[in-house]
Design a protein. Structure first.
Ligand code: A2R
Length: 318
């Protein structure tokens, strides 16, 4: 059971980053999704959540006293923010603190994919070098990159590509007034014009399978796809088919449709670089994200409102 002086806070995962539990434990009764009872449910006023667990209508309906859902991560596609808004529940995420980290990883993954860095590493380890040189490969030098999504992280990626001397264009639903790069209203048209697509849009129904078979066909046989956003944005079966048939050149993927279950068909492909969703996964950045989760919750219970509310639950209200 819980008492009013220590509001009940539900953690949806067994282990939230250390920074979260350490700072919240003194002030809240921490409950775990696996073990909390219906008696506890009535007292839950906050959720701290991350990753796979869905905070949906059904869960929120069990929690009549729920006030705030603080999501660990900038992408909150596992939280039904529209349902939260209807219930008057605040939703927060962790924007900005991971921009540079994810952008760093994106450039690393792009270079790894185009210059075949993991393949070259395997070549040395397997002892193949003594039998002959690693074959010449593709380059970043003659490519134009099309970024799908030009928000906080997309802009950090574009800045890095500028330093690499690589032309950049982008696709979003609306052109960004503060971005001087060419904007494409139609993704297929951009895919046709570029040699690399970098995906950095939110997940969820609006972007599901945005990168589909026609987009991959438009990207063409020299094309490279980099996905650091959400697995759901790319039609994985269409991508597998394109990689197998070499109707695109290669893919670098940090995210998958059903993590951590990566389709085995990917493992046999020598033209795919596969990462286990590590875009923001450093001690430094995960601590900053954890701190922002804590700051949102403490600020809320101090009556000062959320620090970083999502667009569906704006603050101040109305
Ligand atoms: O479409 P716009 O004008 O709202 O631009 C946003 C774009 N975007 C889309 N572009 C094309 N089709 C869509 N259906 C669509 N929905 C959104 O994605 C904007 O340029 C960008 C999102 O920017 P931010 O909200 O600043 O997100 P941030 O912090 O860059 O993170 C992007 C995503 C996260 O949601 C995670 O899923 C992933 O990166 O790590």
């Amino acid at each position: 059971m819980t008492d009013d002086a220590r509001p009940a806070l539900l953690l949806t995962g067994p282990v939230m980053e250390d920074v979260v539990e350490r700072q919240l434990a003194p002030r809240f009764t921490l409950l775990s999704l696996d073990t909390f009872s219906d008696a506890d449910a009535g007292a839950v006023r906050a959720i701290a959540t991350r990753g796979k667990v869905r905070v949906d209508e059904a869960l929120m309906a069990r929690l009549p006293a729920l006030e705030i859902v603080a999501n660990f991560g900038v992408g909150y596609d596992t939280v039904d923010a529209a349902a939260a808004a209807r219930r008057g529940v605040m939703v927060t995420n962790t924007p900005d603190v991971l921009n540079e980290e994810v952008a760093d990883l994106t450039l690393g993954l792009l270079l790894a994919t185009v210059r075949q860095i993991p393949q070259a590493d395997r070549f040395v380890r397997e002892g193949s070098w003594v039998k002959g040189a690693f074959p010449l490969g593709p380059t970043l030098r003659d490519r134009t990159v099309g970024i799908i999504g030009m928000g906080r992280i997309g802009k950090a990626i574009a800045r890095r590509l500028d330093a690499f001397g690589v032309p950049v264009v982008y696709h979003t639903r609306r052109p960004q007034p503060d971005v001087a790069l060419r904007h494409y209203q139609r993704l297929e048209e951009m895919a046709h014009d570029v040699d690399v697509l970098v995906v950095i849009v939110p997940g969820g129904p609006a972007t599901r399978h945005l990168v589909n078979a026609p987009v991959l066909a438009a990207l063409g046989p020299d094309g490279i796809l980099i996905n650091v956003a959400r697995g759901t944005v790319v039609d994985e079966l269409a991508l597998l088919a394109a990689l197998k048939a070499r109707t695109i050149l290669a893919a670098g993927l940090d995210v998958f449709e059903d993590e951590p279950n990566v389709p085995e068909a990917f493992f046999a492909l020598d033209n795919a670089v596969l990462l286990p969703h590590v875009g923001s996964a450093t001690h430094y950045t995960r601590a900053a994200m954890g701190q922002l989760v804590v700051d949102n919750i403490l600020s809320w219970f101090d009556g000062k409102g959320p620090v970083t509310p999502v667009v569906e639950t704006p603050w101040p209200q109305g």
